[in-house]
Design a protein around this ligand. Structure first.
Ligand SMILES: [Zn+2]
Length: 311
């Protein structure tokens, strides 16, 4: 398979490669990872691979099917999302089911991409489950969600989970250099560090849409400063407004904060106690970040954050 457009994630790529050489790609994948981790990129590659007409090395990227898939106009690659920013409804899932029973137009398979699969209520998910269980053999479903736990266990168990991981800093930087050959080396390395391995954020930043990332990084640095200064009051003042944030933005702040903690941990010439403090902060932020991907309430998560930083 040709999956180079997705950075890092060698284990996921190796697994897909083995499948395509062996029994063939599966009929249902659940692709998980935070926003910007490459879920849509991988879904696009898988969909193209499933409709590509090349004998091997799919998706070839050059055949008419690949070009149509990349341009979003392949009749057998269908994206199903909630309308006007709303959740996916059971009626939409039923329509997708009816559509799935109409044979593919051009390709051997028909692929459905659900970019916000976690945005289905229980009855929509149950309709989805039936489709995963009983759908026609040529139909394939690519469900995207931040975390597998956001879907019912029954739905999860019918999918093969492809969990995307943050990309190693050096590998990420090399990947960014290829995509932004004109960007200054310093900007590339700063973006690679700030994004914490979630390259979509670095891409946003380097394409000029990174103001919010820069803001989050600045706030992370200020929070880290309060830790260094032992300034509990200052930290509370910074943390209080976070209770009103949505989980997605909070998750990005936590990633920026973890990157900041690791950066301070690696600073040369620091005392052993400072090193231990940043190590504890970076470790303490991990379960918190995970909870943020599920259903943790921002108020509770903010309290937890203050506790982690007060250690
Ligand atoms: Zn092709």
């Amino acid at each position: 398979m040709r999956l180079d457009a997705l950075a890092g994630n060698a284990p996921v790529k190796a697994r897909l490669e083995a499948q395509s050489r062996g029994r063939g790609l599966s009929h249902a994948y659940l692709i998980t990872g935070p926003a910007g981790s490459g879920k849509r990129t991988l879904a696009g590659l898988l969909a193209a691979a499933m409709v590509c007409s090349a004998p091997d090395g799919r998706p070839c990227g050059g055949c008419p099917a690949c070009r149509k898939a990349a341009g979003g106009i392949h009749p057998d690659v269908v994206t199903v999302a909630g309308e006007d920013g709303k959740d996916l409804t059971v009626a939409q899932v039923r329509r997708m089911r009816a559509d799935a029973y109409i044979r593919p137009n051009e390709a051997e398979r028909k692929v459905y991409i659900l970019p916000d699969a976690q945005r289905m209520n229980a009855s929509a998910q149950n309709a989805m489950l039936k489709l995963l269980e009983e759908g026609p053999p040529y139909a394939a479903f690519l469900l995207l969600a931040e975390a597998a736990g956001e879907l019912l266990p029954t739905v999860r168990s019918r999918c093969e989970v492809l969990a995307l991981a943050p990309v190693d800093r050096r590998e990420g930087e090399a990947w960014l250099r290829e995509r932004f050959p004109d960007a200054p080396a310093q900007a590339l390395s700063a973006a690679a560090l700030r994004c914490g391995g979630i390259l979509g954020r670095a891409v946003d930043e380097l394409s000029g849409g990174g103001e919010e990332e820069a803001e989050l990084s600045a706030l992370a640095a200020r929070l880290a400063d309060t830790v260094e200064a032992g300034d509990e009051l200052g930290r509370l003042e910074l943390a209080m407004p976070l209770e009103k944030w949505d989980r997605e933005r909070l998750a990005r702040l936590l990633d920026a904060l973890r990157a900041e903690a690791l950066r301070r941990l690696e600073r040369p010439g620091q005392s052993e106690s400072a090193r231990r403090r940043w190590m504890a902060a970076a470790e303490g932020l991990e379960p918190l970040r995970e909870a943020c991907g599920f259903n943790g309430a921002p108020g509770h998560l903010t309290g937890w954050l203050c506790a982690v930083l007060s250690q």
